[in-house]
Design a protein around this ligand. Sequence first.
Ligand SMILES: NC(=O)c1ccc[n+]([C@@H]2O[C@H](COP(=O)([O-])OP(=O)(O)OC[C@H]3O[C@@H](n4cnc5c(N)ncnc54)[C@H](O)[C@@H]3O)[C@@H](O)[C@H]2O)c1
Length: 367
Amino acid sequence: MTTIAVIGLGTMGLGIAQCFAQARFDVLATDAHAPTRDSAADRLAQTLAARVKTGKLSATDCAATLARVTVVPDVTVLAQAALAIEAIVERIEAKHDLFAQLEGILPPQAILATNTSSLSVTALARGLARPERVLGLHFFNPAPVMRLVELIPHQGSDPQALALAREWAEAAGKTVITAPDRPGFIVNRCARPFYGEALAMLESGIPAARIDAAMMAAGYRLGPFALIDLIGADINLAATEGLYAAMGGHPRYLPFDPLRAQVASGHLGRKTGAGFVFPAEVVASADPAIVLRIEATLANEALWLLSEGGTTQDGIDTAVKLGLNFPRGPFEMLAQHGAAVIKTTLSDLAAAATDQMKPRYAPAPGL
Ligand SMILES: NC(=O)c1ccc[n+]([C@@H]2O[C@H](COP(=O)([O-])OP(=O)(O)OC[C@H]3O[C@@H](n4cnc5c(N)ncnc54)[C@H](O)[C@@H]3O)[C@@H](O)[C@H]2O)c1
């Protein structure tokens, strides 16, 4: 039986441990913080008990899943793991040090996977003894619920390591999409215009609730502002700023002023009791111009990403639908509106934009 090691038992690590244990993998789990280690089994038991209560898991499977997770005091006892997934703090030195340490403990063919959201897998692998065994396995939150996993190779990743990581993540019930080692991978990058273009409209005076209502009428479960309220405006701003910096300050990733102002106001969304639209319930109301504006920029961003290589149209569509719960992927949006309409929409937006913002609406090569 394949043993999976999970290092870091916070939000993501515990969820990843649960995914593999439910799929009958043996899981060795650890965290540098003793109270987090000590509480891990109870936290997992609570999550699984909730699934038993709602009839999603039998009591027998719950007990078997818990029995498959062994919390260990530190990484020195992970030697039997075939795959180690780190979900520790988002700092490259910490992740690099951990992988260097794991290389001395795990067998040479073991795979070292990072769950990073924003760091370069290439940079993380650099300087390790066996960089070819390093890859990204990017789970989404909550890991046991979200089906998508982005598999991120770097230039030197061993195809056999990639194939095994894919096989095991698929065995844990995930849909695995290969994503290029570019900032934001697929989902976090392709999501930017959903928020950004909505914020641009808000800045120009269109109410947040009207924008959300339009997107809901077009089949989106949540509008951009309700989604920011769910995630937290502070988290959304941090992700946007990270990508903006990583993409050299390109206006396609601009953190718009209304987002900064929202964070400064302290009304971060659900977690603080108020946000852009929360706690109001937005009711769907059709406004095709709003939808077209957001979908044109979503399709364009996906085309830019496609032009950079390492992914496919289907891969992007699947990742965006599963990772963001969108009703359709950017290439389906492109097909639905037609390239000519998307292009005209972008050129109208460019014409109305300031010189500094015009490049935001430059059509991608494929258009
Ligand atoms: N939270 C999300 O929505 C999300 C989604 C996808 C990916 N990620 C990524 O997953 C990783 C973890 O995020 P999280 O939200 O679970 O964080 P978290 O803060 O909930 O958990 C991180 C855990 O790692 C432990 N830790 C820190 N340094 C360690 C070390 N050197 N060795 C062992 N344990 C260590 C901490 O004690 C903590 O329990 C990050 O890289 C993050 O970018 C997060």
